[in-house]
Design a protein around this ligand. Sequence first.
Ligand SMILES: [Zn+2]
Length: 403
Amino acid sequence: MAFPRDFRERPDARRGAALDRADQRVLASPKMGVLQERMTTSLTSVAHLSDQDLLSEVKVAAARERKATARIIALLSQLDARRLYLGEGCSSLFAYCTQVLRLSEHAAYGRIEAARLARRFPIVLDLLTDGSVTLTTLTLLAPHLTPVNHRQVLSDARHKSKREVEHLVARVRPQAAVPATVRKLPSQKAPEHSVPPAAVEQRVHTGAARALSPPAIRPAVVVPLAPEYYKVQFTVSRDTHDKLRRAQDLLRHSIPDGDPAAIFDRALTVLLSDLERAKLAATERPRSSRPTMIRSRHIPAPVRRAVWKRDGGQCAFVGTHGRCLERGFLEFHHLEPHAVGGPAVVENIALRCRAHNVYEAEAYFGERLPLLVREAPAPTYGMPNSVWTQLPACSLDHSAVRD
Ligand SMILES: [Zn+2]
């Protein structure tokens, strides 16, 4: 029997003989064959949808999913109030959600938070159903909603991103500024068992760090504490630490306490100035530029400055659902392509993210684009430079605002 690709690649499936007999029986059962057939049938049916039907149906499906989620949350709310999970053999609602409903821990946590919030403020079910708020939004807001503020705060949170909701929380419940700290993380030889980052941090505080592994590289933390203050936390190398110490020494006259936040701000100010000068040709005293050769792909500095300012440093592509919000991987795009004589003037240049730059090039050139472009559509999150350098200069404008 042939299993779907993702099934074959499950780590436990790869172990083959290591699968226990029960699992093997399930995988080989007629029921599993039916499931596989259904999945194939389902994929085949959507593969034949037109672009327009696909866009319509996915919106309908998303609306149904929101409605189903709100329904589960309402049911869980009652189930929790009646503590029915106890009779089912579970010690908590969380155990019931993960063990009986087979929800992931993350999904269970979000739904339980929402269920308990819905009991206090039933309006959240309507907001979930119509897509005004997500489970993530509710999880962030739950501790800060009160009978007095919940309507206003939930209204302010409608259609907001996670980052925007974090700002909202900082406004509703401002926190005190955190003190600047620079501390060395443990770097002893790794033991056999890895230690979760949270445990590392906790043991550092308790002075029990000696037997720990090298600290795992954790993503930087940037969270708003109050409308005008953020907490920024990251791990740096010894070299960076030494640079900080040198900067503190050199800046004693103007930053006597060596505040890392003040030095961070100065460093970023200089960095941004350098980047803008290098990438956007930004200058306080612009010179008149030389006339551009007709065949040159060069975009004059005044044009780049004007385009950047006009487009607000954001992709200016406007789709049927609105303007693209991307501010990374930006490139200068010729509206009328350079390959067909489009001039490098402000009216003909616009900012595009990399994905939309390729999208428009494909739309314009169609079959004339090399196979490489059609086989490697631009992903949202970057693409190896080697792929991009293989694109012919005549078919794709990618005068990058990047490194
Ligand atoms: Zn875009």
